[in-house]
Ligand binder design. Structure first.
Ligand SMILES: Cc1cc2nc3c(=O)[nH]c(=O)nc-3n(C[C@H](O)[C@H](O)[C@H](O)COP(=O)(O)OP(=O)(O)OC[C@H]3O[C@@H](n4cnc5c(N)ncnc54)[C@H](O)[C@@H]3O)c2cc1C
Length: 423
């Protein structure tokens, strides 16, 4: 049994845990980080496809609009450590940042690894910080209503304060497998059921055999989500990636966060996609009539175009294939064979392509976890648990999540920092 007593034990060396440790070390505390994986910060290193969209320069009010209905919980964290503090800290550690479209903040080098290394090197260089890897914490040791240490399979570690920074359940190969939720469940904390969010949907395509062989990104599409009563419950505009199993891409990820719970509850939901939202149905119909009625001359003979090449004037080929399959029209048919009913079916497939959501792509592909330890369990000013003195929680372990755009990493950094200050 280990006898050494630390000021702070941080469980989890991910985005929030590393920031918590830096904040505590800067406050002069002796910190022990226990990380279950052989390496720290695996998720941070793959964030933003390896570029790490570490934050967003939106002013606080706008920023919070992306953080869900419980955004007030974040006030103390953001008042203590927000975008400017993050930029300043990274600059102090040798990482310059840059702003991109929509206020997205990235390291200038566009390498998540640089952010990770800067944080870890600071901690490794500090005599106040000890990092132990391959240490999977299984439970919190309590004496009465106070947390006094943690237990791994083989050892016990004691500290004045314990910070749980174990993340959620998404991308389990990075180490976030929900351990913190089980630990908190053992302590009788309320948990909001976790569901995958910022994730693609597996959908039923027009007919069971029809599939995209390769992913295709449709730009400027409008997507509505409708329930069983045809009621619109969410809507977004932008890029959709059609994949062999369904849909993904920025717009779908945004929607997935809004409807994550309903999909998890297996509510019958459908996506209604307008592939040409800038052209009204009537106008598009006129364009289709024109395209279909045009004949082309080939080898001095008049030939009718295939319906596929006629629709090609409105859409890129992969979407033509999708729409014709949806309208149940053989793409090799000549335009001469297209009845007005068939044309209307094509029009419907372009303006209201309807896909049934079967499920999400699951934890393996979800960017974040929706749900987690209920915010009512934690004092937002300190991030200390209300039930166990000396126990602090931060990052995705908490029931906090936000849209894509750097908001989630900022939440992890800010809550990590506040927990480190108070622990
Ligand atoms: C593919 C991908 C891309 C992303 N891109 C972005 C982006 O560009 N911008 C953005 O804002 N957000 C992004 N996110 C989300 C963001 O990375 C997370 O919200 C953030 O990293 C959460 O930080 P965390 O510290 O709470 O959890 P994590 O970073 O998951 O860290 C938790 C750590 O705890 C460790 N741990 C777990 N259980 C135990 C245990 N029992 N004992 C010891 N250690 C344990 C884990 O191994 C892990 O190291 C992305 C997420 C993914 C999956």
């Amino acid at each position: 049994m280990a006898t050494q007593k630390w000021d702070i034990i941080v469980v989890g060396g991910g985005s929030s845990g590393l920031m918590c440790a830096i904040s505590a070390v800067k406050a002069g505390k002796r910190v022990l980080i226990l990380e279950k994986m052989p390496q720290l910060g695996l998720k941070l290193r793959i964030s933003g496809q390896g570029r790490a969209n570490i934050g967003n320069t939106a002013e606080l009010k706008r920023f919070l609009e992306h953080c869900g209905t419980d955004f007030r919980f974040l006030y103390p964290s953001f008042h203590t450590f927000f975008t400017q503090e993050l930029i300043a800290l990274l600059s102090e550690l040798g990482v310059q940042t840059k702003e991109e479209r929509g206020g997205r903040l990235f390291p200038q080098s566009e390498k998540a690894q640089d952010v990770f290394l800067a944080l870890v090197r600071y901690l490794e260089a500090s005599e106040h910080c000890t990092i132990m890897k391959n240490q999977r914490v299984q439970s919190v040791i309590c004496e009465g209503e106070r947390a006094v240490g943690v237990r791994t399979e083989k050892e016990e570690f004691y500290g004045t304060s314990i910070v749980l920074a174990t993340g959620g359940l998404s991308y389990p190969r990075t180490g976030s497998t929900g351990d913190g939720l089980l630990i908190c469940e053992d302590l009788s904390f309320d948990i909001e059921t976790p569901v995958p969010a910022l994730v693609g949907f597996k959908c039923r395509f027009p007919n069971s055999e029809w599939r995209f062989d390769e992913s295709f990104v449709a730009k400027n599409a409008n997507v509505m989500v409708i329930d069983a009563n045809q009621k619109k419950i969410a809507e977004a505009f932008g890029e959709i990636e059609f994949t062999s199993f369904g849909v993904a891409g920025a717009t779908i990820l945004t929607l997935s966060r809004q409807i994550a719970r309903r999909v998890a509850a297996k509510e019958p939901l459908r996506l209604v996609i307008d592939l040409k939202p800038s052209v009204e149905a009537k106008k598009l119909d006129v364009e289709l009539i024109e395209a279909i009625s045009k004949v082309s001359s080939k080898y001095n003979k008049i030939t009718f175009k295939s319906v596929s090449s006629a629709v090609r004037s409105a859409l890129p080929q992969p979407l033509v294939d999708l729409c014709l399959a949806y309208a149940e029209i053989d793409s090799r048919k000549s335009c001469a064979q297209i009845t007005s009913e068939a044309r209307k079916a094509i029009l419907r497939s372009i303006k209201s392509l309807t896909l049934t959501i079967e499920t999400t792509e699951g934890w393996e592909r979800a960017v974040i976890t929706r749900g987690g330890v209920s915010l009512s369990e934690v004092n937002p000013k300190t991030l200390e648990s209300k039930k166990k003195k000396g126990l602090y929680l931060c990052g995705e372990l908490l029931d906090l999540d936000a849209d894509t755009g750097g908001y989630n990493l900022q939440i992890a950094f800010s809550t990590g920092w506040l927990a480190g200050q108070n622990a």
